[in-house]
Design a protein around this ligand. Sequence first.
Ligand SMILES: NC(=O)c1ccc[n+]([C@@H]2O[C@H](COP(=O)([O-])OP(=O)(O)OC[C@H]3O[C@@H](n4cnc5c(N)ncnc54)[C@H](O)[C@@H]3O)[C@@H](O)[C@H]2O)c1
Ligand SMILES: [Zn+2]
Length: 351
Amino acid sequence: MRVLVTGGAGFIGSHVVDAFVADGHEVRVLDALLPAVHPAGVVPELPDGVEFLHGDVRDPATVDRALGGVDAVCHQAAMVGLGVDVQDMPEYAGINVLGTAVLLAGMARADIGRLVLAGSMVVYGEGRYECPVDGAVPAAARRREDLDAGRFEPPCPRCGRQLAWGPVTEETPPDPRNTYAATKLDQEHLAAAWASSTGGGAVALRYHNVYGPRMPRDTPYSGVAAIFRSALEAGRAPCVFEDGGQQRDFVHVTDVARANLCALTAEPPDGALRAYNVASGQPHTVGDMARALADAFGGPGPQVTGEYRIGDVRHVVASPARAADELGFRAQVTFADGMRAFATDPLRPAP
Ligand SMILES: NC(=O)c1ccc[n+]([C@@H]2O[C@H](COP(=O)([O-])OP(=O)(O)OC[C@H]3O[C@@H](n4cnc5c(N)ncnc54)[C@H](O)[C@@H]3O)[C@@H](O)[C@H]2O)c1
Ligand SMILES: [Zn+2]
């Protein structure tokens, strides 16, 4: 297939490009090389035969050019991070929401009917919890007085009892809790509207905590694995927030790339969007991850600080069953192997 990968110069996009090329697809990349992400003037290395277009998904003329002769689009371009500063809202909405809308309108003009969209676990907010008395309940908003007292587990919003966490499925109701999350959910909604009005097929891949080679170094927007790795490189102990017991699903970037390939080559949904968790299915705590990385690096062991960020979620883990059943995708890189390698994987330099 001839595929346009937006954001193909980024962390995940670059691995998606590698996976598509290795499978024999013809790839064009459209990437704006955002200055917050890429060092100025550096055009990233891409595999032989990949065409690189420097441009912005918000620009309709650029998008028309990028879509010429293309059979499918894999939309990775986005502004990532937490979206904690309200002043960043216009930029998040511009890149993630308007950019997706411009791309979808261009796809309709060019009569391209296949879309793979980079979604995110952030659409689930606090994840899924069960109360022993009240059954499945949404976790109540976290309160500073609890967190200050070291009570990190969210209580039942009805009876206050301790909740048990469980895996989110794609049917778990979305609950975006910050600007970035809101825009990632908007992207899915726009893609669903595009699919139903054009008859196209869209797959949204909701990635969980992605890590691996080319992950951005320690920046305000980095994932926790890169922050720990950067601390170890500086000879410092990884500082683990809360009590280190936060459960996450860490999924290797090469597995995420393969999930994109599975989605690209599967029978597309008919006039609809279908969402899939992209996860390993093996939850680990943030504390375990810090320990595995520190051991592999041979650096100081993690320090649990009890600090917290009010916008963080406590536990989010996922069921990978739907992607396995319908796309034939199963993560292959184990936590032990992936973290061992991540101690020395090359990271993307800060811009
Ligand atoms: N990293 C994670 O753990 C994670 C988790 C869930 C979802 N995602 C999603 O995966 C996708 C890729 O994320 P990433 O971690 O590789 O981020 P990244 O910042 O490394 O890559 C994004 C790329 O998109 C490009 N880009 C941004 N705005 C653009 C625009 N307006 N026009 C064209 N190109 C533009 C950037 O220059 C960059 O190269 C995003 O959609 C993100 O929301 C990432
Ligand atoms: Zn209860």
